[in-house]
Design a protein around this ligand. Structure first.
Ligand code: CS2
Length: 483
């Protein structure tokens, strides 16, 4: 594939000799997001420093390995907007290990001293934590399995701890753990989860991890819709090459990283990343502005019949709602300059409207139980504490509640994907279309709403009122009324 791809003038070829590249990073969760984001920054580095190749690992499914192995792990990145599509070949991923069939090899690789960074995009649910508190969920089935069988772990925390244990036993330095998921203070969160898991296994190991392992925070941003067959056709028409799994994305990309890598790192600052002392304000801004809007638009848009984000944001009611949500309810909670936030908001609205990105509302609607706390509920808490209104934010929460009933506005089933889908469905089935009962049942889930929000009368009233309106008037009319 490489030769054919590099011969095409429309495709930017590799700028380095791939045979000279050696592995320096293991990435857990080698999905579309990583392949459009970190793998691209690393691809840009390899011409000047070939010691940072990536070994990817899939913890659940072998499909990425199956697709990429026959093409030597090369793939096409297609960058799309209204102006057209640009393609480039990415070669930074040297191999992909399927954890289910190559678990031993994966653990040996993680323990290899050449690996100085282990990065993760395992999605929110891959951390096996309680999203409301950020603590390890000790009742999580994968955590129970890993505590019973710590030398053959299946969870991300289990794998990290086993690999760190082997490094410690061998007298080797640990790797730096770099979370690239949309979690609040993602480095601190993964540090907490990993040390809590280690402590359940071996307190001395937990102490060693707490003392020696760095967990820098990072804010990652690039919109990456799931690849479809239509995308494969677009890439084939553009490049003349059959790529089993190309990645489609937008021109925008951002990566803000806390500069704390005691074992060394690629010179990411030379390829567009921002290396800073403190990332958390950036993370908060992105989670609340981008992801908070995304989730709100997705639930309302899906219910209102919008298949793609670009369609949802083209609806005048939804657009006004999202604009108002960011301007009036989110921006005042953020520590940044107002002018910068206005520019950020406007850039987001333009990115959401990208007509070439077929970003499904259904895709973003997934895993709401894991996403709501950092995307909407933190902002709601801050505003309630300051006695401020939360009407638009509460509509995002109510739209999620309406969505997880699993029945759309036409009476058709919704394929609700969520680790708690069955529990959510049972609550919804018991409540029927009674807004009060439904809100009551769902607010009773402490892993989402904590123990404070369910008792907050203003929050409860706002959510219940919106939920009743969603059942009565439908999503688009309700969005327009609240906007
Ligand atoms: C989206 C994110 O699927 C989702 O939940 O909100 O994946 C979003 O596209 C990225 O965070 C953008 O950086």
């Amino acid at each position: 594939m490489s030769t054919r791809l590099t011969m095409k003038s429309l495709v930017t070829p590799l700028a380095y000799d791939r045979k000279a590249v050696t592995p320096g990073i293991v990435h857990l969760g080698i999905g579309a997001f990583h392949r459009a984001h970190m793998a691209v920054y690393v691809d840009d580095i390899l011409a000047t420093d070939p010691s940072w190749g990536i070994i990817g690992a899939s913890l659940r499914r072998p499909d990425t390995k199956d697709a990429l192995a026959p093409q030597d792990f090369l793939y096409t990145l297609a960058i799309r907007d209204a102006a057209g599509t640009r393609a480039r070949v990415i070669g930074s991923i040297l191999d992909v290990l399927d954890a289910n069939t190559q678990r031993k090899e994966l653990i040996v690789t993680l323990a290899d001293p050449r690996i100085r960074i282990v990065s993760l995009t395992v999605t929110e649910k891959g951390y096996c934590h309680d999203p409301a508190t950020g603590n390890l969920d000790q009742r999580h089935p994968d955590i129970i399995a890993d505590l019973a069988n710590p030398h053959a772990p299946i969870s991300a925390p289990g794998l990290l701890v086993r690999a760190l244990e082997l490094r410690r036993q061998a007298g080797n330095a640990p790797f730096t753990v770099l979370s690239c998921d949309n979690l609040p203070s993602n480095g601190k969160t993964v540090a907490r989860i990993v040390t809590q898991f280690a402590r359940l296994r071996d307190p001395a190991l937990a102490d060693w991890i707490a003392e020696h392992v760095a967990f820098p925070c990072s804010m990652v941003d690039r919109i990456v819709p799931a690849t479809t067959d239509a995308d494969r056709d677009i890439v084939r028409d553009l490049t003349g090459v059959e790529d089993a799994w190309p990645i489609m994305t937008e021109p925008f990309t951002q990566w803000v990283i806390e500069d704390h890598f005691p074992q060394g790192r690629p010179a990411f600052e030379t390829v567009g990343a921002q290396l800073v002392e403190e990332v958390e304000a950036f993370e908060l801004m992105k989670l609340r502005m981008l992801n908070g809007s995304h989730s709100t638009m997705s639930y309302i848009g899906y219910l209102g019949g919008c298949q793609f984000v670009s369609e949802a944001v083209a609806d005048p009611g939804i657009r006004q709602l999202i604009h108002g949500l960011m301007t009036n309810e989110v921006m005042p909670t953020l520590p940044m300059d107002r002018k910068d936030l206005e520019a950020y908001r406007d850039a987001l609205l333009a990115r959401f409207a990208n007509p070439a990105l077929k970003h499904r509302t259904w895709q973003i609607a997934m895993d709401g139980s894991q996403k709501l706390p950092q995307r909407l509920l933190g902002t709601i808490r801050d505003r309630l504490a300051a006695g401020q209104s939360i009407q638009r934010l509460a509509l995002g929460v109510a739209a999620w509640m309406r969505y997880v009933t699993g029945i759309d506005e036409k009476g058709e089933p919704i394929d609700v994907k969520d680790p708690h889908a069955a529990r959510l469905r049972a609550i919804a089935d018991a409540a029927g279309r009674d807004a009060e009962k439904l809100a009551d049942g769902l607010l009773g889930l402490p892993e989402i709403f904590g123990t404070d929000l369910p008792g907050n009368a203003a929050f409860r009233a706002a959510v219940t009122g919106h939920l009743a309106a969603l059942f009565r008037d439908g999503a688009l009319a309700t969005a327009k009324a609240v906007a």
